[in-house]
Design a protein around this ligand. Sequence first.
Ligand code: NAD
Length: 245
Amino acid sequence: MSALHLLVTGCKGRMGQAVIAAAAAQGVTVSATMDVGDPLLPALSQSTSVIDFSSYHFTDELLTACLEQKKSLVIGTTGHTTEQLARIREASLSLPIVFASNYSVGVNTLFWLTRKAAELLGPDFDLEVLEMHHRMKKDAPSGTARTLVEILADVRGLEYDQDCRHGRFGDVGARTPKEIGVHAIRGGDVVGDHTVIFANVGERVELTHKASSRDTFAGGAVRAARWLEGKPAGLYDMQDVLGLK
Ligand code: NAD
């Protein structure tokens, strides 16, 4: 029997609720939940592992508490600053952490296909990423879009911070061959759509993933928490969990 006892943070949110349901479906015990205004430490002490889908404003407090109490951590929250990303990396020297911008099997396949397509198509193809999410989403671009741009940048020898172009407005001039465009669309109740466009003169390849249920992310996050049991300290992603590396 699994010794896994989960704390679900951001438990009242869309993803928190989906994670609680996914844990029940996979026979995993949720021993504690918390949301804004609830004390973290007592909830954490009842658990062996945390699944967090809350807000990046909460990440620093959560990392400190997990380091103090030596709890493993599955981070689903997105929108972190560069400094916070460095703190997550630093915490993973002492704790096992799965950190993925997207926990669905389909999107992780899209990550793999994106790398392959970028390698095969070569530098003549212009690279653009489109994402669409529901009207309540707070951060932009989505963490998944950021991962897609990072994969493209890695293949091309570019840098996310320097070469990513967030939307275009006004007299911006012609597209440069180095830039990778990323565009965030918001509206309705869209769970998450991502398209990677490879455009050359005379032809275009588009890779698209559309999520129609949060259950796919939630189920993946619970699977990640189960996979993480007994793993040494380190920073893992969903490709590790799925054995795609
Ligand atoms: P949501 O707004 O529905 O829920 C967030 C919850 O977190 C709310 O209940 C809120 O009260 C709570 N929260 C905020 N600050 C908190 C704090 N300081 N302490 C405790 N709880 C706090 O949002 P959502 O749609 O559930 O998304 C949550 C996060 O997960 C976002 O960052 C989103 O981008 C990300 N997300 C990631 C994936 C993935 O696969 N990695 C998938 C979907 C969403």
